[in-house]
Design a protein around this ligand. Structure first.
Ligand code: ADP
Length: 629
């Protein structure tokens, strides 16, 4: 096409326009806060994580319902003193009370937690306090955060005032982030001072003594925080409190470990947290959450978010891809490709998280697929509607032109028939004239007559073609013996055959009359016999047979001619088709004969076939049903 380069520029312009649109769209999209979807996808990565990893440095000692059944009460200070004494005898790195040591508490939170606190006489309390304080390894975990200036002033009431407090509050997403109450983060420091987890974990992993080495640290309201590398419930080694009293535990296992003493009494929801694994308010005990927090620091394994530009990049690429797919591919294929793209995004998102701990943005790219899809599908429908309307218009115009052409041809041909008939009549009058014509004149007259016949045949073919095109062919059926029509056709062609010394052999079986349109069937057989003679060499034979078989009348016309090359066979029943050999030979023809034959036979619900190969002659077989449907 001559406008090739112009078309190319236009295609490029369209592509660039689409890409620019998709990018602008992504830019707007990433401004949208999708905390809910983001956090859901974040949690999913934990839920589907196929493996759990812990450092093995954190041990839990748990007071639960079974313990209460064993002691017939919540274990008291004396029981705790016995357990702590055993623990300290085996050199743990730290013994940290997650359970509050005293019932005191004025806030609602502390009151709830205080339900799990041990109790006893002042003496028993003092004994436990002394054990913890003197060991230099005993701590009380607290939810409180101390201002820089007040460190040292914050103490438990006597006798526990010498037990150091370790600040490590739970950090549920209540007013921030997803606002779904799930605990996902842990505080690293407060007002520049490292909090409990960071302090303690540095004893196990010296790397993080310098908080700058902590992976995945991010800043929120002047504090640094980490995402907790949460492990499923039950991932940390847990010993039942009463097992110490039963002496069914080997206390050596606590050597060098960080031991958390906690509770799972089901008395207050304040003792439990929601986790990425479950949004049930009692999904995990505070103690297990603390174990997760400590372990994240010890392993320095906090998941970290990919930089902001990755989100824009991923969303941009996905948007361009989706827009392109929606606007150019077939709907089903496009849908399939988009699903594959979403699948790849999912796999990449999960794989980057599990081993590499990278939190790839997934919410915005997913949303980009959906939004681009739903935004551009209607656009595509509009474009396609317009295109199909244009096609319809063009089609209407084309069929009008086609009709005009057919009408013109049929009008012309019709008008030509009268002068031709007149020429034919006049020729015959002159030929019958008794006045002796010279030999040359008679030959000239013969030529005029045969050329005139050729012309008439040609015009008849064209007229038939025009009738077919305008759907004007109707069957006028009568009961006729096919043999009669065949014999008539053979008789008419005897002269033509004689000229080429071709022998026309007929082998016909007696037949019952069948319903046919004799004019059309005559034309078909005439064409077959005429072709057989036309395309055969001199001194050859043409065999015409008829027989009845399986509800059909079968007529075959075979010749010993040059045959039809295999590459032409599929085309010979097409309108105006003539083999290249025929076209370059002096044999005249319109290429319409077989087209009309097939059309007429099929109108009778019959069939026409050809078997031929180059140099082997051809056999045309016509089957006509005995019963007209
Ligand atoms: P035409 O007017 O050219 O004979 P037809 O539609 O009758 O048109 O035939 C189409 C073409 O099929 C012919 O041009 C010729 O190449 C080929 N053909 C038809 N009949 C025979 C035959 N008996 N032997 C060889 N070729 C044939």
């Amino acid at each position: 096409m001559s406008d090739g380069p112009e078309n190319k520029t236009r295609t490029w312009a369209t592509l660039i326009f689409r890409a620019a649109f998709a990018l602008a769209f992504s830019f707007l999209l990433v401004q949208l806060k999708l905390d809910f979807l983001d956090s859901y996808l974040y949690d999913l990565r934990f839920r589907l994580r196929p493996f759990a990893t812990v450092s093995g440095d954190v041990e839990i000692v748990m007071v639960d319902q079974k313990t209460v059944e064993h002691f017939k009460r919540i274990p008291g200070y004396d029981d705790h003193a016995a357990v702590v004494r055993t623990l300290l005898a085996h050199n743990p790195k730290a013994v940290i009370y997650v359970t509050p040591l005293i019932k005191a508490g004025d806030s609602e939170e502390e009151e709830g937690r205080a339900l799990a606190a041990p109790s006893g006489t002042v003496e028993q309390g003092r004994e436990l306090a002394q054990l913890l304080a003197d060991s230099n390894r005993g701590y009380q975990m607290t939810d409180r955060l101390f201002l820089k200036g007040e460190s040292g002033q914050n103490k438990l009431p006597a006798p526990f005032d010498r037990v150091p407090l370790l600040a490590g509050p739970k950090t549920a997403d209540l007013n921030l982030f997803a606002k779904d109450g799930v605990t996902r983060r842990v505080l690293v420091d407060y007002q520049g001072e490292p909090l409990g987890h960071a302090q303690m974990a540095a004893e196990f992993n010296p790397d993080i003594k310098d908080l700058g080495n902590l992976k995945g640290k991010f800043e929120v309201y002047e504090t640094n925080q980490l995402f907790i590398d949460f492990q499923r419930n039950g991932s940390f080694a847990t010993t039942k409190f009463e097992d110490f009293i039963r002496q069914s535990v080997d206390p050596k296992r606590f050597e060098g470990k960080l031991v958390l003493i906690g509770d799972d009494l089901g008395k207050s929801l304040k003792s439990y947290v929601r986790t990425p694994f479950s949004r049930d308010p009692s999904a995990m005990t505070l103690t297990e959450m603390q174990a997760n927090m400590f372990d994240t620091f010890i392993r320095n394994s906090a998941p970290h978010e990919a930089p902001g530009w990755v989100n824009l990049l991923l969303t941009g690429i996905i948007s361009i891809f989706t827009v392109h797919v929606v606007l150019t591919l077939r709907p089903l294929k496009g849908m399939g490709l988009l699903m594959i793209a979403a699948g790849i995004l999912t796999v990449v998102g999960f794989v980057a998280f599990w081993p590499l701990k990278i939190i790839l943005p997934m919410a915005h790219p997913y949303l980009a697929i959906f939004l681009c899809y739903y935004f551009f599908i209607p656009y595509r429908l509009i474009v396609e509607n317009r295109r199909s309307w244009e096609y319809q218009q063009k089609n209407r115009l084309l069929s009008q032109v086609e009709e005009l052409k057919t009408n013109f041809i049929s009008m012309m041909s019709h008008d030509l028939k009268t002068p031709i008939a007149r020429i034919q009549g006049m020729t015959e009058v002159i030929m019958k004239d008794p006045v002796t014509l010279s030999h040359g004149q008679r030959e000239a007259l013969d030529h005029i007559r045969s050329s005139n016949e050729d012309l008439l045949r040609f015009i008849n073919s064209i007229l038939n073609y025009a009738r077919i095109e305008s759907q004007g062919v109707e069957l006028h059926c009568q009961a006729r013996d096919i043999n009669e029509i065949l014999e008539e056709v053979v008789r008419k062609h005897e002269f033509l055959a004689k000229v080429k010394r071709i022998q026309l052999i007929t082998e016909i079986e007696p037949l019952f009359p069948i319903q046919v349109d004799p004019d059309l069937i005559r034309q078909v057989f005439s064409n077959l016999v005429e072709n057989a003679i036309k395309y055969s060499p001199e001194d050859s034979k043409v065999l015409i047979t008829s027989e009845e078989m399986n509800g059909f009348v079968r007529v075959q016309v075979s010749d010993q001619g040059a045959g039809i090359p295999a590459e032409d066979l599929p085309h010979i029943f097409m309108k105006f088709f003539r083999s290249s050999a025929a076209k370059s030979s002096p044999i005249k023809g319109s290429g319409l004969g077989l087209y009309l034959a097939k059309y007429f036979i099929e109108l009778h619900k019959g069939s026409i076939l050809v078997e031929s190969s180059a140099g082997q002659g051809s056999t045309f077989t016509v089957d006509l049903p005995l019963q007209q449907v």
